[in-house]
Design a protein around this ligand. Sequence first.
Ligand SMILES: N[C@H](CCC[C@H](N)C(=O)O)C(=O)O
Length: 283
Amino acid sequence: MTGLKFTKMHGLGNNYIYVNLFEERLREEELADLAVRVSNVNTGIGSDGMILIGPSERADFRMRVFNNDGSEAKNCGNGLRMVAKYVYDRGLTDKDQFQIETLGGLVEAKIQTGSDGKVEEVTVDMGPPRLLKKDLPMLGDPESKTISETIDVDGVPYTITAVSMGNPHAVIFVDDITQVDVAAVGPAIEFHPLFPERVNVEFIQVVGRGEIIFRVWERGSGITQACGTGACAAAVAGILNARLDRKVLVHLLGGDLVIEWKEDGHVYMTGPAEYVCDGVYYG
Ligand SMILES: N[C@H](CCC[C@H](N)C(=O)O)C(=O)O
């Protein structure tokens, strides 16, 4: 009985099933359904989604990411750090800095090793945030930005700042993160008609000029322990609203990320990536 070889990894608890397309063959038409099946915690392996690592004509590697509802996303920050660790550790590259192609564009990952030569953390240049409504996408004037705009969500007003990191994010600032019903408000905004391709939803409590507490409802996956692109979007939103300085410590449920929106206009994300297991899937 042949199965599908996989590696399960996580970035601050945001976990994915990795399939190495240098070794495995998958049919395009099976990808969405496979992502749903492997993500299922009862009948599958259990994860926030599936990530494919493969060759690229434009970069060193290509990453594709599928949420656990089978939808394909254009970027995944935690996923990028895990891809970087995987290709470095498994000898798919002899470089410690390389480019990864995503549907949302090219990014550059840099491996940080400890004195033992093992990967300690990864810094990814996520490129510039995209702020125009046409880039999200979001309904309204396509050439306008969404900075602290109030929208109606089932009769309740929410003030959002919309940021794309290749994938769309609606960022909401709150006074007390513990009072937010993420499981209720998240999907109400994810499926809001203003977002024709849906949206990831981040709730942010500002602790100081360089520190936030972060919770997320991910498009296509629901509440996750962490969201790398969401942390980038949250930092950008805080800076756009003059509430944060350019370097931000982000406290996510699963741990911390350091995000910096540098003067070069690019957003840099630094954080860990961990293995869970290697295995064979027979679903
Ligand atoms: N749910 C996201 C993709 C995963 C992003 C997240 N896990 C990250 O680390 O950036 C979307 O549909 O755009």
